[in-house]
Write a new protein. Sequence first.
Lengths: 309, 280
Amino acid sequence: MNEPSEVEKSRSAKLSRILQTNWRRLVLVIPYSWLLIFFFAPFFIVLKISLAETVISSPPFTPMIDWVNDGVMQIRIVTSNFAYLWEDDLYVITYLNSLKISTVSTMLCLLIGYPIAYAIVRSSHTTKHVLLMLIILPFWTSFLLRVYAWMGILADQGLINDIIKWFGFEPVRLLYTQTAVYIGIVYTYVPFMILPLYANMEKLDWTLLEAAADLGAKPMTTFFTVTLPLTAPGIIAGSLLVFIPATGEYVIPDLLGGGNVLMIGRVLYNEFNSNIDWPVASAVAIALLLLLVLPMMLYQHIQSREVES
Amino acid sequence: MYGRRSRFLWSVLCFGIAFLYIPMVLLVIYSFNNSKIVPVWGGFSTKWYGVLFKSEEVWEAVSLSLQVATVNACFATVLGTLAGLALVRFGRFRGRTLFTGMITAPLVMPEVITGLSLLLLFITLKEFIGWPDQRGFTTITIAHITFSMAYVAVIIQSRLTGMDQDLEEAAQDLGAKPLRVLLDITLPLLAPGMLAGWLLSFTLSLDDLIIASFVTGPGAVTLPILIYSRVRLGLRPDINALATIIILVVAIGVLLAGYIMLRQQRQRELELRLTSEENQ
């Protein structure tokens, strides 16, 4: 074993002194700069490319800053990609269709998720743990494979059509329709609705409900005037957790909707990977981001209030 | 009245659980189907498992995905823990709003946007500093760390806010420097949270298709990318076999974790009862 030399000793002493005095700064600076570089900065690149023109070269877009021969800088910004999105009916329809699908799916998730969360909260201590685990377990298995499972169920020769045929009815086309996309989104996102609702209801003061009943309120009245307002934070958090990712969903419309269901995430993906039109893909990304920035800020507001309370 | 309502709740609950689990059960059943057409039953067979295990492609994809997931989970846990500590224990600092924004945004950001923006970043970086010269393992791992660390940070944040500060204050009163307190008291107390964060990051990485398919390069095929390229063209019995194996591994893992957690909780409750009896 070599003894550490004097230089090494003094170096490690210096290092530990630096650590002693600056560790707080390090704790903050390391994750901060990671996120700045790999999460924040990329959006500006997307913005920049969305303002460029498509050309056939590598990279397939015009530079924003050009050096003209006399060392004169020329800045080129075009808004034609956004105008193109606005003028092409396909994009506008896709945009609205995504919004429709995610809004309806969010409401369906709420309708299914609310009673489930309620039932879990009202069950006994051990049952509660088992039920929660059952809700969380699908999270840990592959999302892709769970969507794939529905391809088998909804296919023309799949389980649902087998049952329909067994009852003597005509088989229906389910796979590659909008209905299949709804089923897929509700199926994969309903746990995201149940968990925040559960967390909210768990903290609820249930004696208020008893008080309302004691004072003669009918169950329906109690539900609408007491339970619903008190669980509103859970409803909002759960709805945002379903609505935001569902709007940009790609895998579900692609596997279950086929070519028949237009959604913005799918258009973005295809514009980039099949058409290799980077500026338009970037403009679609910016447009999607603008659509979601308000819901995302609302979610962040709720999240930070939740943590601080 | 109450009976009718609770019967309604229970039926919704049973329906919900069935809705969540029937598709997965069907995946497993059809993996033992002899027929090549997935939803048409042609007798029991395990031949698709043989097809799966013999595929070189599958093994390579599994190996790449496990490597990415492991490296990602380690980095994300460290970075996420640091971020969570900064958010809860550092009070107000400059740029805090941006920092909280960057922590919560990845949780809900549509993956197509994250994927596209990271790819464009890597391409721009290559143009200016020549790195990364090849897209693949490194770029996928960096992309995964970026969103996984946000999940870890949120877990750590909620653990820290719910944590009793008595021990830390006691250590400080006894003259421990803040860094000592952090290393000897806070971090050990956070260990279960860090473990949860590690496991979550690991699964998130194994599960990611979209971001990985944006930032990957030629030759680097992760397991979800492989599965996707196959199921896109229709149902495949060997994918059912793969799904069965994944479901089995996850189920065993979750049941084991649940069992350990339940036992620890029972232990704690028992100790609590014993001490309260002693005090009486």
